[in-house]
Design a protein around this ligand. Structure first.
Ligand SMILES: [Fe+2]
Length: 301
């Protein structure tokens, strides 16, 4: 009995460490692109909302949310000048972007938790009308988690600020999702997502980098400034795009980033994964996922 309990504890510690490794891996991409600040959290959160709304079980929703967090990890293999290009991509550059689902799958290869995320990572750019990539799969061949993450990823891209354009208002992005229902997006899921918008539940996600933490404005770069939940007044934050320094001040119980006019040093601007957010994300899903089954088929002796 004692032995059994110990085994269970070991398994749960091991499962958490495996998830940590995956989520930190996904953060490489967020660390490279200052404009995607909060993208992983938002796509994970939106995917969970849509999965719940579509009637998935708590376990399925947790897995789809994990897929949302990991979906773009293959972008680590896309060159910086393409990933961060301010403006429209040429066909050749777009061909580079199209490699990221396959790169993501290769990064997951051999990881014990690969089965939880491979569809979201490998197929989130497939489209029901067969015009997606990398494989041009038709609607009935695209797994549910990829269809859900695909909608949430596109919605976040549309509503997020970029160096060359401001993020779209929620209404406009939902209009595009409605118009593309059955073409770019799964029809029933797209309409369900639009309903979520009407219910107002997307507002707590758009323009945020964590639960209850809105992105703040850099005067040069727009709403791209990520403040972490654990930060306190008096601490410095930096715009990872232009390098501007800000001090956090308390304004009616809310932390506001005030520009100091200074620029961060290279050491200040070093990217860093938000380990506290990663921990909380793991806590929200770890007990719901079928980790026992995966571990006992892959755990090294
Ligand atoms: Fe992607």
């Amino acid at each position: 009995m004692f032995w059994k309990r110990k085994q269970t504890n070991d398994d749960s510690v091991y499962a958490r460490k495996l998830m940590q490794s995956l989520l930190a891996m996904a953060w490489f991409v967020e660390a490279r692109d200052p404009y995607t600040g909060g993208h992983l959290w938002r796509v994970a959160r939106l995917s969970r909302l849509l999965a719940d709304a579509a009637g998935m079980s708590a376990a399925e929703s947790a897995q789809i949310s994990l897929g949302g967090f990991l979906h773009d990890l293959g972008k680590v293999g896309v060159p910086d000048e393409i990933l961060r290009k301010p403006g429209k991509l040429t066909d050749e550059e777009y061909d580079h972007i199209k490699t990221h689902p396959r790169i993501g799958l290769r990064m997951l290869a051999g990881h014990p938790l690969k089965p939880l995320a491979e569809y979201a990572v490998g197929m989130h750019h497939e489209r029901p009308d067969g015009k997606g990539y990398p494989s041009g799969l038709s609607a009935d061949k695209i797994p549910l988690e990829a269809r859900i993450v695909g909608i949430c990823d596109a919605f976040d891209a549309m509503t997020s600020h970029r160096p060359y354009r401001a993020g779209m208002p929620i209404e406009k992005a939902l209009g595009i999702i409605r118009a593309e229902a059955g073409k770019q997006f799964d029809e029933a899921l797209a309409l369900r997502f639009v309903d979520l918008g009407k219910e107002g539940v997307l507002e707590e996600v758009v323009g945020h980098s964590d639960e209850g933490i809105p992105l703040q404005n850099c005067p040069m770069c727009g709403p791209t400034l990520v403040v972490r939940r654990e930060q306190k007044k008096g601490e410095a934050v930096f715009c990872r795009n232009c390098g501007g320094a800000f001090e956090l001040k308390l304004d009616e119980a809310r932390l506001i980033a005030i520009p100091t006019g200074e620029a961060g040093t290279p050491a200040d601007l070093e990217p860093e994964a938000d380990h506290a957010l990663i921990e909380r994300t793991i806590e929200q899903m770890v007990d719901l996922l079928p980790l026992n089954h995966l571990l006992h088929h892959s755990k090294p002796e």
